[in-house]
Write a protein that binds this ligand. Structure first.
Ligand SMILES: [Zn+2]
Length: 483
């Protein structure tokens, strides 16, 4: 399998450091506010990566931390008067529920920074002993000048970085690039004792270095994959490397550094200040979570991706095609997982290529349009992509319609004076009838016959069928409140 490595800036053949085993650390959420879809994108990608590595036969250990002590959660606690633990727990529980809906598998380890204070302090002691860190009036800082390859991950030189850095008025550091490992206690903030230096709390960067070492690499010989969103490359991941590697028996800290691309919303970053903020849990209430996942799978994980309401409708349409194929596929009779050598080979070729999920979806579309893979094999590969079919996939979408659906649709079409449509559904099943009317409406739209298109949509709607349009075509669903 080939994977893009930020550390070497190239696509490389992936091989684990220990035979048969892959160790992954991904920087997790800072639950100081509600999560949005941008937060979720890279977590969804890493979920597919670990599922695929498991398919390839590796035993995967996946760690994703929780930054449960942070300036932002402390500020939120100060503003609302609520305990910061309660704030973190609430937002994190909401995030985990969203991940569950999106089909993200449970992590093997989910370390909370505040439960790793001892390993964090041990690491700071070692850095101070090696003169990589120094004690200032307001905290303990990392001395960047002691780490010769600082800036290598971000591909930036120190002079350039120095020019962009600054010292905040309340910071007592030697150099603008130096960063805090430990912040001495301030009144009203959570604090932990730390002899002989002084009580306080850890900085964000050292938390990840210490938790990764404790859980994946106590021997200091490196682990396989360190991941996160592309916005974490600098300074967070650069700083993790600077803290970890001087203490290691055999650097690098991680063999592969893997980063997911950013997500834009209507071509802008999502932010409360821009007025386009939608919490992840609200978005998941409006859309099928599997369709959201499908949308991410359609785009290469490293590309900047633009999310629009249209793009989610198109993804839902694509997923509906696969669901229909799944419904009509024959279950394997002997109950065994019957391999489908062609499907397997093509899916592996796509995913071996730097986890090209867009190519993998193209393979699925192609396979279901030409042949009938067994339902189990299709389900297997959908599972690798994290879109596992459930009971609802076998339900005919038209099963929830009233028994007299055809009569009612015919009446509605007759009243709308659309004879062609009325004739087209003569003798059809409900499913065929809907497909035919939607196709006629697509024809009308292409011919820019908007009155006919509107009438056909109204007729369907009156019979409990919602039609959604996007650039790629129209999709339909049975309305939630079917008459
Ligand atoms: Zn981190």
């Amino acid at each position: 399998m080939k994977l893009y490595n930020t550390r070497t800036r190239g696509v490389e053949e992936f091989a684990p450091l220990r035979a048969g085993e892959v160790r992954i650390y991904v920087c997790g959420l800072t639950p100081s506010a509600q999560a949005h879809l941008g937060h979720a994108r890279s977590f969804l990608f890493f979920d597919v990566l670990r599922r695929y590595l498991a398919h390839r036969g590796y035993r995967v250990t996946y760690v994703q931390n929780v930054t449960d002590i942070d300036d932002r959660s402390i500020n939120a606690a100060r503003e609302t008067g609520e305990d910061y633990h309660a704030i973190v727990e609430r937002y994190y529980a909401e995030f985990k529920e969203a991940m569950r809906k999106l089909g993200v598998a449970e992590y093997d380890h989910e370390p909370y920074a505040t439960r790793y204070i001892e390993p964090i302090q041990a690491m700071i002691r070692e850095l101070v002993a090696g003169e990589h860190a120094y004690v200032a009036r307001d905290g303990i800082y990392y001395r960047v000048s002691t780490f010769a390859s600082y800036g290598r991950l971000a591909n930036r030189n120190v002079d350039e970085l120095e020019a962009g850095a600054r010292i905040e008025v309340d910071e007592q550091k030697e150099d603008p690039l130096d960063f805090a490992l430990w912040k001495f206690a301030k009144p009203g903030e959570p604090e932990w004792p730390f002899e002989p230096y002084g009580a306080g709390r850890p900085g964000w960067h050292i938390e990840c270095s210490a938790m990764a070492r404790a859980l994946l690499d106590p021997a200091g010989k490196g682990f396989d994959i360190h991941g996160g969103g592309a916005d974490l490359i600098f300074p967070h991941h650069e700083n993790e490397i600077a803290q970890s590697e001087p203490l290691m028996a055999r650097p690098p800290m991680a063999n592969f550094w893997v980063h997911g691309g950013l997500l834009l919303f209507d071509n802008r970053k999502m932010a409360k200040s821009l007025g386009n903020f939608e919490p992840l849990c609200d978005l998941l209430a409006r859309h099928d979570p599997q369709a959201i996942r499908w949308l991410f799978l359609q785009t290469g994980y490293r590309k900047v991706m633009n999310f629009t309401e249209d793009s989610i409708s198109a993804a839902a349409l694509g997923l509906a095609r696969i669901k229909a194929a799944y419904r009509s596929a024959a279950p394997t009779t002997d109950g065994e997982l019957e391999g489908s050598p062609e499907l397997d080979a093509r899916m592996e070729a796509a995913l071996d290529d730097d986890l090209n999920t867009a190519a993998a979806l193209a393979v699925l579309y192609d396979v279901v349009s030409r042949e009938a893979p067994s339902r189990e094999r299709l389900a297997y590969w959908l599972g690798v992509l994290g879109v596992a079919p459930d009971e609802s996939w076998l339900e005919e979408p038209a099963a929830r319609l009233a028994p007299d659906f055809i009569d009612r649709l015919q009446r509605a079409l007759r009243e709308a004076r659309i004879d062609a449509a009325h004739e087209a559904i003569e003798g059809a099943t409900p499913l065929e009838a809907i497909e035919r009317v939607v196709a006629l409406r697509d024809d009308a739209r292409r011919a820019k016959d908007w009155p006919a298109s509107d009438k056909l949509r109204d007729a369907l709607q009156r019979c409990g069928i919602d039609v959604k349009d996007s650039k790629e075509g129209s999709s339909w669903s049975v309305a939630a409140s079917t008459p």
